[in-house]
Design a protein around this ligand. Sequence first.
Ligand SMILES: [Mg+2]
Length: 171
Amino acid sequence: MNKAIFLDRDGVINKEMGHYVFNREEFEFEPGIFELCLRARQSGYLLVVITNQGGIQKGIYSIEQTDTLHIWMAEQFKMEGCPLDAIYLSPFHKDISKNLLSKPSSLMIEKACAKYQILPGQSWMIGDRERDIMSGKRAGCSTVGIGSDTQHSGSDIWVASVQELLAIDFF
Ligand SMILES: [Mg+2]
């Protein structure tokens, strides 16, 4: 069996811009994210991205643009010595259609757990929105909230930034 760090994308891996990010020009890595992932891998964790990309269903950008961005993003992680094991995304938006996939549902995490034999009880979900924390808790993971939106979400750990999280030996 395996353990994993589940990572939300916008606001955790890359900076939250306040609008949809779908090209690399606007994709700015969060300071400390590679070091965090490197440490996680060295501690035996798989790295799995769990991201809502509701802008796809809204027609703001395409699944192809998202795939192109994620292939590039995955290459950067590989070059930094901490390759990602998987990326799960939900293209749906709750304003357009109800769906079971998007966070706060835990379905993407559960799919990853089934495919990669991950024990949620030994795993962590890191996110910057309450829906990330809810998703992690529903799956049975421990949770890290980053930033003001998650301050009162009931996450196991709360920090202001990824860099602050590096100072805590949480896993
Ligand atoms: Mg986010």
